[in-house]
Design a protein around this ligand. Sequence first.
Ligand SMILES: O=C(O)CCC(=O)C(=O)O
Ligand SMILES: [Fe+2]
Length: 183
Amino acid sequence: MLSVHAFEAAFSPAECDAIVALARQEELADAGLVKNRSDHGLRRADLAWLDEREGGGWIMERIMRLVAEANRSHFDFALTEFGESPQVARYGAERAGHFAWHSDIGEGALASRRKLTLVVQLSDPSDYEGGALELQPDSHIRTADRARGSAVLFPSFVLHRVTPVTAGERFSLSTWVHGPAFR
Ligand SMILES: O=C(O)CCC(=O)C(=O)O
Ligand SMILES: [Fe+2]
């Protein structure tokens, strides 16, 4: 099993711009304050959920196709649904936006059933400094490609982080795929 699967061009640059514009239609929420949690130490970012925005159906269709193909060829996990809204995150240099080492499998009905995580790079590498997406599937840390529109798909238990953004702003799109427990 390949633990991190990379897509060179999951979305075109123009499509990435359209996704960011959709997320920006309304004010983004502070990730440290949503869902009754206060964890600025772990994550400093602003979030938008695309299922709350009109006209984003094509984004989910693309994601479903990419994930289905990659799951067939690389993971072969038992998957049942995309149970959560695609999430756009903005990491800004004004508060050193970041996300500390974590796994995406958490508590709760949905987070505990996450099996695969897809993260798409929505910003041009020249738009920001820092903000590297790093993954640790084994003793070797891998850095995700920064190219706009590229993506990584990985088992949701794999540790990953986003290093602090030191200049500009970085947008990403995260989606989770759910299914029965690993066994
Ligand atoms: O923004 C990223 O690159 C990663 C986001 C992430 O890890 C998450 O939303 O769980
Ligand atoms: Fe994550």
